[in-house]
Ligand binder design. Structure first.
Ligand code: KG4
Ligand code: ZN
Length: 353
């Protein structure tokens, strides 16, 4: 089964083909440089860029794969959550293509695809615990099957990646600052300043990072030395106080994520696998600590490789293959879902006889 995946939920336009679950070819155009000029993604610009790139990228994908569109058995696209205008470009293209080719169409939950990507290079078994940490979302799931995810907890305000980016911006690091903050954190002392571990004093599995962000902003306002150049001309120019701030902030976020993950594991004793995914899964401290946590728990932690952690279409096509081979598809009237709205359970199923 040859599956086409299209990803356009934020600022990457990406298309990929997987053949029986194995990546065959992929193309990706990032808009990061455009949005960096504005310090964040500008939705209207993002949709226009997706629209500009979609057609040429599809042609390039076919050329790289050495197949024609008629070879495609299933067309998938991220249906949400994400920026509505951006998603609509990918979903509209996918529906038109499926209709033209006479093949089924399937809308993919972008967050589920991030987690399922762990199965591309490893054997992913179910049930697993999924911790999705991206720029827009922080969710803990019990993953029962590729088509059945139970949300155990989610962020009530900022996502982990967003918290990293906002703290980095306040500290004068260039956008998107999560990776920079992580890099500088490795050279600082986390104990040099005290930041709160937010929203742990409860018995749920939700997250809230806005209080930590405020505490970080207050510390920067009061304690940021005059000598601290903002914006920072280069990472090498980072003073010790900045490195310590990054280390302390990084550790506060990671401690919080790990505390709730451990709580989820205690409540789901049949689970032995943790899947860590989303852009912020690239965080080095989080990867180390999640691996330690699972070792102590007698299990394992799976993290997709970095190229599959950030937004990409291989994960979309792979998730589509996992569902499509079980007969799942969508009606062409399927709705596209913006960030903040629950994705409906509206897949149709036509298992092969
Ligand atoms: O999943 P993703 O690629 O895109 C969206 O959510 O749209 O995630 C991007 C997020 C950004 O917030 C970025 O700062 C964060 O992932 N990120 C990191 C690291 N690398 C990327 N956060 C912390 N440490 C990193 N090493
Ligand atoms: Zn994403």
């Amino acid at each position: 089964m040859l599956v086409l995946g299209i990803e356009s939920s934020c600022d990457e336009t990406a298309l990929a083909l997987v053949d029986e679950g194995r990546p065959l070819a992929s193309v990706l155009a990032s808009q990061a440089d455009i949005h960096a000029l504005f310090g964040g993604v500008v939705p209207e610009l993002a949709s226009r860029e997706h629209y500009r790139y979609m057609g040429p990228l599809f042609d390039e994908l076919m050329r790289r794969a050495g197949v024609g569109p008629q070879a495609i058995d299933l067309v998938c696209a991220s249906r949400g959550p994400g920026l509505l205008g951006s998603l609509l470009v990918g979903v509209g293209f996918a529906k038109a293509l499926a209709l033209g080719l006479g093949v089924p169409f399937l809308g993919i939950d972008h967050l589920h695809a991030h987690l399922l990507a762990a199965g591309i290079d490893n054997e992913l078994t179910f049930p697993s615990l999924g911790l999705l940490v991206s720029g827009g979302h922080t969710h803990i799931y019990r993953m029962e099957a590729p088509w059945r995810f139970i949300t155990l907890g989610r962020t009530l305000d900022d996502a982990a990646g967003e918290a990293f980016d906002k703290a980095a911006k306040l500290a004068g690091l260039p956008y998107p600052g999560g990776a920079q903050l992580d890099r500088l954190a490795r050279t600082g002392e986390p104990g040099a300043l005290a930041l709160p571990r937010p929203y742990l004093d409860n018995d749920n599995l939700d997250f809230s990072f806005s209080g930590l962000k405020t505490a970080a902003a207050l510390w920067l306002e009061k304690s940021c030395p005059e000598s601290w150049p903002r914006p920072l001309p280069s990472p090498e120019a980072a003073p010790k106080a900045l490195r310590d701030f990054c280390a302390a902030f990084n550790k506060a976020v990671v401690d919080t994520l790990c505390a709730k993950t451990e709580r989820a594991l205690r409540r789901n004793p049949d689970i032995r696998t943790l899947v860590l995914a989303g852009g912020a899964a690239a965080n080095s401290l989080l990867r180390e600590r999640a691996a330690e946590l699972m070792r102590a728990h007698g299990g394992r932690c799976l993290v997709p490789p970095p190229r599959l952690c950030t937004d990409n279409a291989v994960m979309t096509a792979y998730a589509g293959w996992l569902l499509g081979k079980e007969g799942y598809f969508h009606d062409l009237a399927m709705e596209t879902i913006p960030r903040g709205r629950k994705i409906p359970e509206d897949m149709l199923c036509a298992p092969e006889a």
